[in-house]
Design a protein around this ligand. Structure first.
Ligand SMILES: C[S@@+](CC[C@H](N)C(=O)[O-])C[C@H]1O[C@@H](n2cnc3c(N)ncnc32)[C@H](O)[C@@H]1O
Length: 224
């Protein structure tokens, strides 16, 4: 066990973490991901876009295997370390270099939990052409937060969502709230998308001091 400040969430929260995987998401969100996995209904695949080293994939997978998940888990990322990531990993005592390919570290972390992982390396949304097209039950987005990447990601995936079933986790949903002006406007893309399609979603989980918000997809999108 160790303590670490959750830097991305920009908060003062000091958290205890049971995992040794450097994370950009917090313990309450990890617990919720596990819960979501446990509630998997067997109707579609689970995926995460923006996995980094696996800190959010692992709790989701832990829940999924409890539920008997037997499909591919789809993991998308470009897995190239930048300066911010190098600093964050160092807080966990993990040394990576700027430009380092991180997919091997991701694979090492998630393969302890589940073996049917399809890792798709490269830039979203282009890499989404590799997706099989199977129905998606759990769709976690932690990479695309600005347009056009965000909306093109949604356009590539929403046809595989299941009305009344699919859970959409937007892990950067409230990130815009820390900024003003142009940057805030750019980061509002996920919130604007939900607002433009509010009849299609039901809010299922949010936290006061966390960026992520989870929705259930209810019915076809109107503004896409
Ligand atoms: C916020 S981090 C993910 C953190 C991780 N989910 C966690 O909880 O620790 C976002 C990740 O998405 C990747 N990423 C950002 N934009 C991307 C894009 N357009 N295509 C692929 N990967 C991208 C980054 O390199 C990074 O690994």
């Amino acid at each position: 066990m160790g303590g670490s400040e959750n830097k991305r969430n920009g908060m003062t929260e000091v958290k205890e973490h049971f995992s040794e995987i450097p994370t950009m998401t917090s313990e309450p969100v990890h617990r919720y991901l596990t819960q979501l996995g446990i509630e998997w209904k067997g109707l579609g695949a689970a995926m995460e876009l923006g996995c980094w080293l696996g800190a959010s994939s692992v709790p989701l997978l832990m829940g999924l295997i409890t539920a008997g998940y037997d499909k591919q888990f789809w993991a998308f990322d470009n897995w190239v370390a930048n300066e911010q990531q190098v600093g964050m990993a160092r807080e966990w005592g993990i040394e990576i270099q700027v430009g380092e390919a991180l997919m091997p570290l991701y694979n090492k972390n998630v393969s302890k939990i589940y073996y049917r992982i399809t890792t798709i390396f490269g830039m979203i949304p282009g890499t989404l052409v590799s997706y099989s097209g199977d129905p998606i039950e759990i769709c976690i987005l932690d990479a695309p937060k600005k347009n056009p990447v965000f909306i093109n990601t949604i356009r590539a995936l929403y046809k595989y969502w299941i009305p009344g079933v699919t859970i959409l986790g937007l892990l950067d949903y409230k990130f815009y709230q820390r900024f003003e002006g142009k940057k805030r406007e750019q980061l509002e893309a996920p919130a604007r998308f939900i607002e433009d399609n509010k009849d299609s979603f039901e809010l299922i989980r949010e936290w006061e001091n966390e960026c992520p918000v989870f929705f259930k997809y209810i019915k076809p999108l109107k503004n896409i």
